[in-house]
Design a protein around this ligand. Structure first.
Ligand code: NSS
Length: 428
């Protein structure tokens, strides 16, 4: 006996051929004469029917929603069934009889979050997870084609990349240690041997902000390139994001539509992306009545307002030095600015990528560290990268959940991953 997957059964002739499948009872409807059991496996759902008087009928009567089952029968074309085929059951074995499943229709978001371990089996969640997997696959495809080497930096670290206020401290055998906020510094070390590197890894931030786009743990797609400047990394970023969008629009049009997203919008994302300076973005915001002084970083509210008018992702570049981290290189032509850019997703979503050119000479990085009053002892090894053959280099970090939130047109970032971690949520 060979187990088939539902997708393969649905792709068959439906001319009475035999099939054995296993999965979970997705829906159940029953009359005295017949039981309809919709069975779900890792590939799709199929309607199965059990007639009264046949051997499996008592089991069909007993089986509950979400029980795990093995089903054997014959496949018949039936236009009324979802997928156009039904499996007429000859044998039904209950593997694990489910207790009354606690999730029914129209549950509150809070309950679905409490029951996330059960909700992840739902059709909408599976849709997201398949699409999410394809985002990572497409990223790797892009980097591998472009000659980037995938590397694996540590998650336990000792020096803050993105400021002390969002560091998670962890006990580490009596030493001071943190969970990484970004793998950037380690990628900067690795380019000296490999020139172009990328990593796909979690980053952690003790974000106290309760917004629809902040997680405390998020998957970060980061890349770094030697002999590269701001414009070079922006090109890599836009090509990467355009490649991901093309892949998703081609492979997931129905899923996007089911999420209320027009796949054409995603198919329309093509490089190059528009570039607007920080100064211009402040003008636009002030023109729209937003109260933001020159020099401040753009927050959730400002980015929402700024991105409303756009249909494609775009870059905001040349932020004021005071708004950004010390490692961004000062613009040699205007030292009040840094050579960095954020990529903002349209329709209110805001920042999905942060990156730019790095301060790569020892003199410049020392002066930035001193200006920011950081402790140089924390950064000794990072400074060595400048002492021993430093070169101009640039890179970026793309927040996978932020990207998915925008591609799928989601209201909240928590919907972009199976077990979101936020300030208020660490269970299940
Ligand atoms: O802070 S970033 O803007 N930049 C960095 O971490 C750089 N060190 C990356 C680099 O150049 N290698 O974060 C980068 C992206 C940002 O654009 C978001 O998409 C995402 O990481 N990000 C987050 N996603 C979800 N939740 C939170 N809290 C979060 N913070 C950043």
């Amino acid at each position: 006996m060979e187990w088939l997957q539902v997708r393969d059964v649905l792709a068959g002739d439906g001319a009475g051929e035999k099939a054995c499948i296993r999965g979970w009872i997705h829906r159940k409807r029953q009359s005295k004469k017949i039981a309809f059991l919709v069975v779900r496996d890792g590939t799709d759902v199929i309607q199965t029917t059990v007639r009264a008087g046949t051997e499996p009928f008592p089991e069909a009567e007993k089986v509950t929603i979400e029980s795990s089952v093995e089903v054997e029968g014959t496949v018949h074309a039936d236009a009324r069934a979802p997928g156009g085929k039904e499996l007429r059951v000859e044998k039904l074995r209950i593997i694990g009889l489910s207790d009354t499943f606690p999730i029914t229709r129209d549950q509150s978001t809070e309950l679905l979050m409490d029951l996330r371990h059960l909700w992840v089996r739902s059709v909408p969640m599976n849709r997201v997870m398949r699409l999410r997997a394809a985002v990572f696959q497409a990223s790797r495809e892009y980097f591998d084609t472009m000659g980037f080497v995938e590397v694996h930096p540590p998650m336990f670290i000792t020096a803050a990349c993105e400021g002390g206020s969002t560091l998670f401290k962890v006990p580490y055998f009596g030493k001071k240690a943190y969970l990484t906020q970004s793998s950037q510094f380690y990628l900067e070390a690795l380019i000296t041997g490999l020139e172009r590197v990328y990593c796909v890894a979690p980053s952690f931030r003790a974000e106290k902000s309760r917004t629809t786009r902040h997680l405390t743990e998020f998957w970060h797609i980061e890349a770094e390139e030697a002999f590269c400047g701001l414009e070079g990394t922006m090109r890599t970023q836009e090509d990467l994001v355009a490649h991901i969008c093309q892949t998703i629009a081609t492979r997931f049009p129905e899923e996007l539509q089911a999420m209320g997203r027009d796949p054409e919008v995603i198919a329309g994302v093509k490089a190059p992306f528009e570039r607007i300076s920080y100064d211009k973005s402040i003008d636009i915001l002030q023109g729209r009545g937003v109260d933001i002084p020159w020099g401040a970083d753009l927050g959730t509210k400002e980015e929402r307002e700024l991105t409303m008018e756009f249909e494609q992702p775009f870059f905001v570049y040349h932020y004021p030095a005071e708004a950004k981290a010390f490692y961004h290189r000062l613009d040699p032509e205007d030292s009040s600015k840094v050579l960095c850019a954020d990529m903002l997703a349209p329709e209110g979503h805001g920042e999905i990528v942060g990156g730019g050119e790095r301060t790569w000479t020892i003199e410049e990085i020392m002066s930035r560290i001193n200006e920011e009053e950081l402790d140089t002892t924390d950064y000794e090894w990072y400074l060595d990268l400048r002492r021993y053959g430093g070169v101009p280099h640039a890179g970026f970090g793309l927040g996978a959940a932020r990207l998915i939130k925008w591609i799928c047109g989601m209201e909240h970032i928590r919907d972009a991953l199976p077990f979101p971690r936020t300030m208020n949520r660490i269970y299940p």
